[in-house]
Design a protein around this ligand. Structure first.
Ligand code: FES
Length: 154
């Protein structure tokens, strides 16, 4: 079908997408920009594997049309580390072995990084678990993920 040009910022760089109007951000990032760190799990907004930041907010990129991202700032897991320094969440996930197969990890880290910036989320474990409930882990690494996030938060 007919393609549309979408201008946006991805990981701090101005980028352009040529997409048909039905293409979701997830597929545009992976297929057009070759940013394959963002994973496709369910493709239906249920698993969180595809989580990226749009204007600093964690969103499921499988539910977001690429054409809706004109002028937006998108950050993917590839942009989480800055100036050669791992993000505190990345460091904590490493330290706490907060993954097994690793497939859900980019999405987990993007949600966790957004959580760290959100002062409305209380410090207790239950609040963090609730805030992370959109990110599923088939391996059940939830305990270590929670520990990593709590560590990164301190
Ligand atoms: Fe988007 Fe599962 S792939 S929520």
């Amino acid at each position: 079908g007919e393609t549309v040009t979408v201008s946006l910022t991805v990981n701090g760089e101005p980028r352009q997408l040529q997409v048909t109007p039905n293409v979701v951000l997830l597929d545009a990032l992976r297929d057009d920009l070759r940013l394959t760190g963002t994973k496709k799990g369910c493709d239906h907004g249920q698993c969180g594997a595809c989580t990226v930041h749009v204007d600093g907010k964690a969103v499921n990129s499988c539910l977001r049309l690429a054409v809706m991202c004109e002028g937006r700032h998108v950050t993917t897991v590839e942009g989480l580390a800055r100036d050669g320094q791992l993000h505190p969440v990345q460091r904590a996930f490493l330290e706490h072995d907060a993954y097994q197969c690793g497939y859900c990890t980019p999405g987990q880290m993007m949600s966790a990084a957004a959580l760290l910036e959100d002062e409305r989320i209380a410090a207790d474990d239950a609040s963090v678990r609730e805030a992370m409930s959109g990110n599923l882990c088939r391996c059940g690494a939830y305990k270590n993920i929670l520990e990593a996030i709590q560590d990164a938060r301190r």
